[in-house]
Design a protein around this ligand. Structure first.
Ligand SMILES: Nc1ncnc2c1ncn2[C@@H]1O[C@H](COP(=O)(O)OP(=O)(O)O)[C@@H](O)[C@H]1O
Ligand SMILES: [Mg+2]
Length: 237
């Protein structure tokens, strides 16, 4: 579903990604782990074509997508649930969700809203509330639902557990597990929470300062204390 080869991205003279490769098969979930500044968000933004590529290829379902626009990537069925959730705080939850189906006929958007509400039933009674009145965990749930409103075939998630309590993280985990197993959604999950990554993915890629430092079983990150500490524990860089 997603194949990245030799990807390089830089900000001015500063390289953010160098020679990054990654594959996610259809129906698979893969995580990308790494400390702050490792290049995880840059990778997701590059996939969405929000950043120019210096080198490398991004293929989605076999198609070379390195020159497409963001809108074309979205039309290929890729959705990003961004870092920091990025809801419109002064808009209702319903309007935030409908933005996720922007460009679709309203009949289809309404049908997708029903599907999403089937996944998160408590949202129905709270659709008219402002997104800004929701807790962090509730907002993350809405952000994930918004990314599902486009009926994606590949879902990119940027640190969905960030800043949330253990209880909220458990709710996010359950929802993503449902989306993964009942809908068979293909996912690329960026996380620093190894437990969440282990619950949702079998394979992981660890980024360290813009390069792939490790590829293998996500569960091995939970065991390999040294590796986890070196790459995730905020080791001085
Ligand atoms: N818009 C930007 N302008 C300049 N540098 C950036 C920008 N975004 C990210 N970077 C730099 O690129 C590197 C990777 O950042 P990022 O992808 O956000 O890391 P992560 O998501 O893993 O924390 C960091 O060194 C960061 O400072
Ligand atoms: Mg980030």
């Amino acid at each position: 579903m997603l194949e990245i080869v030799g990807l390089a991205v830089s900000f001015g003279a500063a390289p953010a990604l160098r020679g990054v490769g990654l594959r996610v098969a259809a129906g698979e979930a893969v995580s990308v782990l790494g400390a702050n500044g490792a290049g995880k968000t840059t990778l997701l933004r590059a996939i969405m074509r929000r950043l120019p590529l210096d080198a490398g290829a991004i293929r989605i379902a076999g198609e070379d997508c390195g020159r497409l626009t963001t809108a074309q990537i979205v039309r290929r069925g890729v959705a990003l649930c961004p870092e920091g959730r990025q809801l419109f705080q002064a808009m209702t939850v319903e309007d935030n969700l409908l933005l996720g189906a922007y460009g679709s006929p309203s009949r289809i958007a309404r049908a997708r809203l029903e599907t999403v509400l089937g996944r998160v039933p408590w949202l129905r009674a709270r659709l008219r509330q402002l997104a800004g009145s929701f807790s962090g965990g509730e907002q993350q749930m809405v952000a994930i639902c918004r990314s599902l409103m486009g009926a994606p075939r590949l879902l990119l998630l940027d640190e969905p557990s960030s800043g949330l309590s253990p209880v909220a993280i458990a709710q996010i985990r359950e929802m993503l597990q449902t989306v993964r197993h009942e809908d068979g959604m293909t996912m690329l999950l960026v996380e620093q929470n190894v437990a969440l990554a282990t619950a949702l993915t079998t394979r992981c890629t660890v980024l360290n300062r813009g390069t792939v430092a490790f590829e293998g079983a996500t569960a091995s990150m939970a065991d390999a204390g040294d590796l986890a500490e070196a790459y995730l524990g905020g080791a001085p860089s």
